[in-house]
Design a protein around this ligand. Structure first.
Ligand SMILES: Cc1ncc(COP(=O)(O)O)c(C=O)c1O
Length: 458
């Protein structure tokens, strides 16, 4: 039984949004020195993504990639919505199973696993797992009672920002050898998976990978395998400012699926979206803890110039690349600061750099951007900070991870409860958390510790 007992989010009152909570928290900190960085995460945004996924990719069941953001509230939200999960380790499996998610909703999608963790999966009923080598097949044959193996194939990820096929994935030729070896070992291969890499700029990569998967299905059939699972991986953008939009990708994926794996083929299609679900749900607020004003060397002076033209500013803030902004190093992210105190229309902008709080020169968040002159104690905001941020941040140099305040509107919560109880609505295209059918209007009966958000801060 799935249990949702410790969600710990705050309800957004009617007409309020996550940004209002940022304002409220910043206002509360005004009179104190306690201005630690913090997140506000809107779980309703995760729900919106789930509805969008179902509307645009109706044939594909999402198995959320836990590695992307393993916050319990996010995983719990998706568990409640009925998503599956891509777990890469024992700890991720434990987290998902601690929420009562049944093993059939988990794919152990790490092609190179530690033997003890394969045994853990076996003992806990997790059967679906990926592989891409003969050694892995032999490990699984020895360590798992009833594995349902998914062959990960390589893709042409040369147009992706984060490449994965440099590390994982069998070639088509290699796939045949692996299928033959699996047959000899008496292993069950149920399907094929791939990942086109993240930040993919060419949607045709998905179509090519789906066509390649078809080839591997056919090879399998020649060897007597009746494969029934296609896993199209992740890499779907998490915010609408990406170069390639989600709907541009799905416009290529859907016809490719219909061509190579038509609905009557009996093949179940899943995917492993990570950033898609969480990137836009999180906003980070950081505080300016130090500042330097640098004067450029002057060649000659202009009488009218008050000197400000030759200034560059260095802002030091209380979260950096060893913390939330590890996404800059590990996920090739580019982040854009928003000044909390809006600049006046005629306010002068300066060339600025933004640095994290540690003593490391590598700890630079933005090399060059234009910002107004702000003071120690002022705030900078960063949107789209939910993917590959909190999951991989450290406390290097003793800097603590920011608190995360989870929020959700009542209508989103009611919509989630309805989906949990009745499954996804048939006409998901017309549903959004704000216009779900009437009986969504009743109050929560799950007895969750949801608190009401106090007052709107303007
Ligand atoms: C196997 C696998 N699946 C899914 C993902 C999620 O990718 P994304 O967050 O780009 O959707 C990753 C990310 O590295 C991955 O390695």
């Amino acid at each position: 039984m799935t249990s949702f007992d410790n969600f710990g989010f705050t309800f957004l009152e009617e007409g309020f949004c996550a940004r209002d909570i940022i304002e409220q928290k910043i206002n509360e900190s005004t009179s104190s020195d306690d201005k630690d960085a913090f997140y506000v995460a809107d779980l309703g945004d995760v729900l919106k993504k789930h509805l969008r996924w179902a509307r645009v990719l109706p044939r594909v069941t999402p198995f959320y990639a836990v590695k992307c953001n393993d916050s319990r509230a996010v995983v719990e939200t998706l568990a409640m919505l009925g998503a599956g999960f891509d777990c890469a380790s024992k700890t991720e499996i434990q987290l998902v199973q601690s929420l009562g998610v049944e093993p059939s909703r988990i794919i152990y999608a790490n092609p190179c696993k530690q033997v003890s963790q394969i045994k853990y999966a076996s003992a806990h009923g997790v059967q679906m797992m990926t592989f891409d080598s003969e050694v892995e097949l032999m490990k699984v044959a020895r360590s798992h009672d009833n594995a349902k193996l998914v062959l990960r194939i390589a893709t042409d990820d040369s147009k992706a920002v984060c490449r994965l096929s440099v590390k994982f994935g069998a070639t088509l030729k290699g796939s045949r050898l692996l299928l033959e070896r699996a047959k000899e070992l008496g292993l069950d291969i149920i399907g094929v998976s791939f990942h086109v890499g993240s930040g993919c700029t060419d949607p045709e990569t998905y179509a090519q990978a789906i066509a390649d998967a078809r080839c591997v299905f056919d090879m399998g059939a020649e060897l007597g395998y009746n494969m029934t699972l296609l896993d199209i991986g992740g890499g779907f953008p998490g915010s609408d400012d990406s170069k390639l939009k989600f709907e541009e990708i799905t416009a290529v994926i859907n016809p490719a699926l219909d061509k190579y794996f038509p609905a009557d083929s009996g093949v179940r299609i899943i995917a492993e979206p990570g950033r898609f679900y969480v990137a836009s749900a999180y906003m980070l607020a950081v505080n300016i803890i130090a500042k330097k004003v640098n004067m450029k060397e002057q060649s000659g002076s202009d009488d009218e110039d008050d000197g400000t033209n030759d200034r560059t500013l260095m802002y030091y803030v209380n979260d950096g690349v060893y913390g939330s902004f590890n996404c800059i190093l590990f996920d090739h992210a580019h982040v854009t600061p928003i000044v909390h105190k809006k600049p006046k229309p005629d306010e002068r902008m300066y060339p600025c750099s933004i640095w994290g709080p540690t003593c490391d020169g590598l700890d630079r968040i933005v090399e060059l951007c234009a910002l107004p002159d702000r003071q120690v104690g002022d705030w900078l905001l960063f949107e789209n900070m939910g993917a590959y941020t909190v999951a991989a941040s450290s406390t290097f140099n003793g800097f603590q991870k920011p608190d995360i305040y989870y929020v959700m509107s009542r209508s989103a919560w009611q919509c989630m409860q309805q989906i949990h109880a009745q499954g996804m609505p048939a006409l998901v295209g017309e549903q959004s958390p704000g216009n779900m059918p009437g009986h969504c209007g009743r109050e929560s009966n799950l007895g969750l510790p949801a608190k009401s958000c106090a007052a709107r801060v303007l």
